[in-house]
Design a protein around this ligand. Structure first.
Ligand SMILES: Nc1ncnc2c1ncn2[C@@H]1O[C@H](COP(=O)(O)OP(=O)(O)OP(=O)(O)O)[C@@H](O)[C@H]1O
Ligand SMILES: [Mg+2]
Length: 260
């Protein structure tokens, strides 16, 4: 199951992605965590890993990837990056890091002034996700960049489920509506995670987001706040996240309408 974690900047996507990866692993599942955010460098730290290499760099950088990508969005099978399917063991040495039984794959980062836009990294992500074999990697969690550009890049259509992380801001509530519409256009199911919830905001958040689509209320948690302040890994275990694992185990997404 490929799960794309989406939401407004700072809503808690990376934190939730790590919490979910750890909870799935604790429940006995094999997990691949993909850092598909081209700008932020924090996912490995939240997981407790040293700074990893990234896939684009290991595949020859921009030049190497550009030469092998398909010419059109409509023909991902034409790429020469991965062949028919992606097997993690065939990825370049150094592009995967394992932390406490969780595999981490970083797609690519903007590192130099003027190096070009992030579209190439998006194309690499879309191509890889479309060819990643689900039988071998039962849970793939993709920590997306802030906002909804991944919809524009059609990355969502390669996934089985979108988890929208909503924090207590008006911007997040309106973005949740747009995400739901785009998920519907992509033919992918979407559910929402209400994050940073406390007594002041719970009622308002519950009113703003379709209750049938909300699968967790994650509290505003001091341990998460402190980890972020100190640059430490997130180690807290939260029952609402374990409940998301149960939801995923018992509600496999219906067959997708692939709109690649
Ligand atoms: N449940 C929570 N309780 C307290 N703080 C939280 C919680 N979830 C996230 N945070 C804090 O909110 C901030 C943003 O979190 P995070 O980096 O996970 O968001 P993001 O959506 O991935 O951000 P970006 O859009 O920049 O990638 C961090 O300081 C993090 O510690
Ligand atoms: Mg993030």
């Amino acid at each position: 199951m490929k799960i794309l974690v989406s939401g407004k900047g700072g809503s808690g996507k990376s934190t939730f992605s790590v919490l979910l990866a750890k909870a799935l692993k604790n429940a006995g599942h094999r997990v691949l965590l993909i850092d598909a955010d081209e700008s932020n460098f924090c996912l490995h730290r939240l997981l407790g890993a040293p700074a990893p290499k990234n896939l684009m760099g290991e595949m020859g950088g921009r030049k190497g990837v550009r030469e092998k990508l398909p010419r059109s969005k409509a023909a991902p099978s034409e790429d020469r990056l991965f062949g028919e399917e992606v097997l993690l063991e065939n990825l370049p040495d150094g592009s995967l890091t394992e932390v406490d039984g969780i595999q981490l794959l970083v797609m690519g980062k903007i590192e130099q002034y003027g190096e070009g836009c992030a579209c190439l990294i998006g194309s690499l992500s879309r191509t890889l996700l479309a060819k990643l074999r689900e039988e071998t990697y039962p849970f793939v969690i993709i920590d997306a960049e802030a906002g909804i550009e991944h919809f524009g890049r059609r990355i969502d259509a390669t996934c089985d489920l979108i988890l929208g992380v909503v924090d207590p801001t008006h911007e997040s509530f309106t973005m949740a509506g747009r995400m739901a519409r785009m998920a519907s256009s992509a033919g992918v199911e979407i559910r929402f995670i209400l994050n940073k919830v406390d007594q002041r905001v719970e009622r308002i958040m519950t009113e703003k987001i379709d209750p049938d689509k909300v699968i967790a209320h994650i509290p505003d948690n001091d341990s998460i706040f402190r980890a972020s302040l100190e640059g430490a890994p997130v180690t807290v275990r939260l029952k609402p996240v374990d409940d998301v694992v149960t939801f995923l185990e018992t509600n496999p997404p219906r067959t997708r309408l692939k709109m690649m």
